[in-house]
Design a protein around this ligand. Structure first.
Ligand code: FEO
Length: 169
């Protein structure tokens, strides 16, 4: 079965969006690295790797289904983060946006009766729920502990322990 042209375009766009997500999280990692919060920097570095892996899942899916992949330019993150909490809030806002993009492709797959793509996207629907919950959780932790020096130190230490596990479908 050949992918519909409209679907190929959406999957290409999502490949680019995942790569942009990686770039955005690398920017967050860079922000925290410069502040000396290496645990937060590690957290977002791992997040960037996850996003890159998500992008590759779209890359492989397009190729495996005989679609044409186009590598477009990746936007520059806006930067200028006002404070630490703003970065964490940006992450949640971004994940909510990515959820809306994934949902849009699912609806299109349904319209096209493209069950294979709908099935492929189911993993991402679940992943987005997890990503939003994790981003929300980090905001809560920061609000509870981040404003006190000792609390921030402990939270930074906790985030330093995150390691990268390649996503499994
Ligand atoms: Fe690939 Fe964080 O969504």
């Amino acid at each position: 079965m050949k992918l519909d042209k409209k679907m190929v375009k959406l999957l290409n766009d999502q490949f680019n969006a995942e790569m942009y997500s990686a770039y955005l999280y690398l920017d967050f990692s860079n922000y925290f690295e410069e502040k000396g919060l290496n645990g937060f920097a590690n957290w977002y570095m791992i997040q960037a790797k996850e996003e890159m892996a998500h992008g590759m899942m779209f890359y492989n899916y397009i190729h495996e289904n005989d679609g044409a992949l186009k590598l477009e330019a990746i936007d520059r993150p806006e930067g200028n983060y006002k404070d630490d909490l703003k970065v964490l809030e940006e992450a949640l806002k971004h994940e909510e946006y990515v959820t809306s993009l994934i949902d849009k492709i699912v609806y299109e797959a349904r319209d096209l009766k493209d069950l294979r793509t709908e099935h492929f996207l189911a993993w991402f629907v679940n992943e987005q729920a997890e990503e939003e919950a994790t981003a929300r959780d980090l905001i809560t932790k920061y609000e509870l502990f981040g404003k006190d020096g000792k609390g921030l130190y402990a939270l930074n230490d906790e985030l330093a322990g995150r390691t990268f596990t390649p996503p499994q479908m």
